[in-house]
Design a protein around this ligand. Sequence first.
Ligand code: SF4
Ligand code: SF4
Length: 132
Amino acid sequence: MFKEFAKGLSITLKHLMPGNCTTIQYPKQKMQVSPRFRGLHRLIPAQDREKCVACYLCPTVCPAKCITVVAAENEAGEKYPEVFEIDLLRCIFCGYCVEACPKEAIEMTDAYELANFTREDFGFDKQRLLKS
Ligand code: SF4
Ligand code: SF4
């Protein structure tokens, strides 16, 4: 009995040692995420506009149907997304939108602190997605 108790205690003490701790002092300490982590989306800018050409592939492939794209044409006759919105409350962070994009115009960042106060705060429009 004492032997098992000592064994359990030694395991607990081992995890208290620096370097062996499995928890972090959040929010003072931030979690290190994997390079493959799928966090908040980002629309990638290219020179004077976004890389997105409003091809509708990402809203088509999105299983949660949370991407809204409205295409328009600029003076040069190039297609661009007049509206590009993601409803994060419905997004399941599957990354299909990133995989489907033929222009590599959308990526997922390591941002995971996405808590907010109102439903509207979870609607990410083009301007917010370009800045994220
Ligand atoms: S990560 Fe998945 S659910 Fe979220 S917007 Fe992209 S395709 Fe849709
Ligand atoms: S798949 Fe890429 S280019 Fe097409 S609408 Fe989505 S972000 Fe834009």
